[in-house]
Design a binder for this molecule. Structure first.
Ligand code: AMP
Ligand code: GLY
Length: 424
């Protein structure tokens, strides 16, 4: 079959790498892709949100499955766009409907959904211009720190954690005044939960689900989890504290009620669900839902899935996921992200990357995140540039392998965290 994968990051290179291994695949296209995805299939210069151009491409190239990597096309309704078009409606899009994608696209929707289905999450209050006094009363009732979240997509920058009450109230006003644009005209105030986070991924066909390997990502730019939030600086899988007791609670209290809730509300959802969880004294709470895989978690999760991914995705589309048994590699996987100096602030692009052809060890994969190929070499093309990913008999071995490969890689201003996994 011919598959079109959407996106251009490390997640998409890892997905392309895994899809490429399936015997079911004839042609794999990636729109728009990066220099790494071009090694697994053919890149196509179409934006993930240009549905009209995607349609033309899908029809012209007899695409039989579309796999969106990032949230943007899903939140914009690519699933519904395909369903509503007579020439596309037979082609599965792996992901939720626009309504289902609101689990990620609207924090207010996600919190209300969890409340309706008694799914454990931080207490909250949604605020707009209309009910500001209620929002301030709620803030008064909380202990610091205070968590403020823009309702809509804000490219990972819409969450503020503030220690001072009057500062928090000032921020609420500024968000309502448009600090995060339209995304923040509505916001969610949350109680702060103290614990350690992990990422749980589920594949669902709308009826049943399969839990994928659990991962933990490292979001802060600095070692010891300090400094600004980024898209993710590294990840490991499995996660020692996500043991069978924790996962049993997660399945009973969170995963099952989520799938049942979607079904009860007749929300079409056939794809990945990413549960951002926090472990508070052994109990799981949902910090956020995402309607896609995580990045860089995908770079470790794909290394540990032994199934044919395309066969799993076909079952999702056909509603036969109950026939599939998920097989996990018992080994550990780890990824370390190499970023451009300055990221997550301003950074330069176009730096030549050296050492890529030397960076070859068995069980190590250099997934490209922000790269661009020229005739005579590969250049940096984003904040996150490469995700150096390895498997090993334990987390330490996997990390040692990734760091050893990193020592052979170079680009001007390259930065990475040397402490991935430090807290486990
Ligand atoms: P989100 O975009 O909702 O995942 O939030 C970004 C980050 O903010 C999370 O990964 C957490 O580290 C932190 N965070 C969000 N909500 C809370 C909360 N209620 N309590 C503690 N930390 C939170
Ligand atoms: N690594 C977190 C995310 O993909 O949102």
């Amino acid at each position: 079959m011919n598959i079109l994968l959407l996106g251009s990051g490390g997640r998409e290179h890892a997905l392309a790498w895994k899809i490429r291994q399936s015997k079911k695949v004839d042609k794999l296209f990636i729109a728009p892709g990066n220099a790494g995805t071009a090694l697994e299939g053919s890149n196509v210069a179409i934006s993930v949100s240009d549905f009209a151009a995607l349609k033309d491409f899908v029809v012209a190239h007899e695409i039989q499955m579309v796999v969106p990597g990032p949230e943007d096309p899903l939140v914009k309704g690519i699933y519904d766009f395909f369903k509503a078009d007579p020439s596309l409606c037979g082609i599965p899009v792996i992901g939720p409907s626009r309504e289902g994608a609101r689990l990620e696209g609207s924090k207010d929707f996600a919190k209300a959904f969890m409340q309706r289905h008694q799914i454990p999450t931080a207490r909250y209050q949604s605020v707009t211009d209309e009910n500001l006094p209620e929002g301030f009363d709620f803030l008064d009732s909380l202990q610091p720190p205070y968590v403020l979240k823009a309702d809509g997509l804000a490219a990972g920058k819409g969450v503020l954690i503030i220690h001072d009450l009057s500062e928090a109230k000032k921020e609420v006003r500024e968000m309502l005044d448009g600090k995060f644009g339209a995304a923040g005209r509505k916001l969610v105030i949350e109680e702060f939960l103290d614990g350690i986070e992990c990422s749980v991924f589920v594949l669902t066909d709308g009826n049943t689900y399969r839990i994928l390997p659990v991962a933990k990502d490292y979001k802060r730019i600095g070692e010891g989890n300090t400094g600004l939030n980024t898209g993710g600086m590294g990840a490991v899988s499995p996660v020692p504290f996500a043991d069978s007791a924790f996962m049993q609670k997660t399945e009973e209290r969170i995963i099952r009620p989520t799938i049942e809730g979607l079904k009860a509300e007749a929300i079409d959802y056939k794809g990945f669900i990413f549960f951002g969880l926090i472990n508070v004294k052994g109990d799981p709470f949902v910090i956020e839902y995402n309607c896609r895989m995580g990045d860089p978690e995908t770079e470790v999760v794909m290394l540990r899935i032994q199934n044919d991914l395309v066969s799993l995705l076909e079952s999702v589309a056909e509603g036969s996921l109950h026939e599939q048994h998920l097989r996990e590699d018992p080994r550990s996987a780890a990824t370390v992200v190499l970023v451009s100096g300055g990221y997550p602030g301003a950074y330069e692009k176009g730096k030549p990357i050296t050492g890529l052809s030397d960076a070859l060890l068995p069980d190590t994969y250099v997934f490209h995140a922000g790269t661009r190929a020229l005739a005579d070499g590969i250049l940096t093309d984003g904040g996150r540039v490469l995700a150096v990913s390895s498997c090993g008999s334990g987390m330490k071995e996997a990390l040692a392998q990734s760091y050893s490969v990193i020592s052979t890689l170079h680009f001007d201003t390259m930065y990475f965290r040397k402490d991935i996994g430090f807290d486990l």
